[in-house]
Design a protein around this ligand. Structure first.
Ligand SMILES: NC(=O)c1ccc[n+]([C@@H]2O[C@H](COP(=O)([O-])OP(=O)(O)OC[C@H]3O[C@@H](n4cnc5c(N)ncnc54)[C@H](O)[C@@H]3O)[C@@H](O)[C@H]2O)c1
Length: 312
């Protein structure tokens, strides 16, 4: 397959580029480098510095490369930025997605859209949440992702496409920026290594669903190969509290971690986990990496100095 990965210089996208190349696919990357690094992109993949908000330039890149599949992972991913600058977020996450769909329509490419399961379901959603729960996002980022999904599904109805949506849980692993705004596993591992105390907002009993980046990538490959349209949750189905996560990191670090407690952040969801039975049934996908193993790999990667291309 010839695959264009938008956001391919980022955390998930660069792992996906590696995996596609490893199985013999041809890969190009489209990334504006706002958070991406070219040193993460495997040498065999050509990188185009382009923003998905620039519809004309993107269409030219897609028109030249003529991919069979576009894995659309480029996004403004910071929920707090989306609250402060919702128009900027919508520009990247809504208009950018429409531009990708239009470029795909012009060339006949299929699109795989990286959405979120972590912040798309509302606070009253049953846990673990299934795909048929009505999305009620609490942030502009969640609304924009939901809107992107709606466009993807519309293109399937309107133009007979077979595009697909993956709703990722909290993806973690090597190459996630330990200094970034998202990615609590990497942030806490880096703090443990630096001998710093992590800050826990609220009582630390709030839960999230963590999925290892290698499993998120295998979900992309399974959805790419299936060729079928659909929307799938990609998570472990397991609720893990912030305090449990800290205890797990402490076991890997070999010393106790004593967090600092701060007031709960307004708007933060108390619980989250995704039911991924549909992905298991339709795609034969399962989250196979146990959290303690994935956490240990992330810790070792940070301990090794966060190398871009190996070290875990
Ligand atoms: N990491 C998670 O836990 C998680 C959870 C749910 C969904 N997702 C989604 O998965 C995708 C990848 O996330 P990630 O964690 O790898 O983030 P990331 O920030 O590491 O990667 C995103 C990449 O997109 C690029 N980018 C940003 N805006 C762009 C634009 N306008 N045009 C072109 N490139 C642009 C960035 O430079 C970066 O390389 C995103 O769509 C994100 O919303 C991630």
């Amino acid at each position: 397959m010839r695959v264009l990965v938008t956001g391919g210089a980022g955390f998930i996208g660069s792992h996906l580029a590696d995996a596609l190349l490893a199985r013999g696919d041809e890969v190009a990357v489209a990334d504006d480098m706002s958070a991406g690094r070219s040193s993460r992109v495997p040498g065999q993949a050509v990188t185009h510095k382009v923003s998905v908000t620039d519809g004309n330039l993107l269409a030219a890149v897609v028109g030249d490369y003529r991919p069979d599949l576009i894995c659309h992972l480029a996004a403004q991913i910071d929920v707090r930025v989306s609250v402060a600058q919702p128009a900027l977020d919508a520009q990247a996450n809504v208009i950018g997605t429409v531009n990708v769909l239009e470029a795909a329509r012009a060339t006949g490419a299929r699109v795989l859209f990286g959405s979120t399961g972590a912040v798309i379901y509302g606070r009253d959603a049953p846990i673990p949440s299934r795909e048929d729960v009505l999305p009620l996002p609490e942030s502009p980022y969640g609304v924009a992702k939901h809107c992107g999904e709606q466009y993807v599904q519309l293109y399937n109805r309107l133009h007979g496409a077979t595009h697909a949506v993956l709703r990722f849980a909290n993806v973690y692993g090597p190459r996630q920026d330990p200094a970034g705004a998202a990615g609590v596993v990497a942030i806490f591992c880096a703090q443990a290594l630096a001998g710093e105390r992590p800050t826990v907002y609220g009582d630390g009993l709030q839960t999230r669903d963590y999925v290892y980046v290698g499993d998120a990538v295998s979900a992309c490959l399974a959805a790419a190969d299936s060729g079928r349209p659909g929307t799938w949750n990609i998570g472990s189905g397991t609720e893990v509290s912030v305090l449990e996560l800290i205890r797990m990191i402490a076991r890997v670090a070999g010393h106790a971690i004593d967090p600092v407690f701060a007031p709960a952040r307004p708007g933060e969801l108390l619980r989250g986990a995704l039911a991924s039975d549909q992905a298991r049934r339709d795609l034969g996908w399962d989250a196979s990496t146990p959290l303690d193993e994935g956490v240990a790999r992330t810790y070792r990667w940070i301990e090794a100095g966060t190398p871009e291309r190996a070290g875990w």
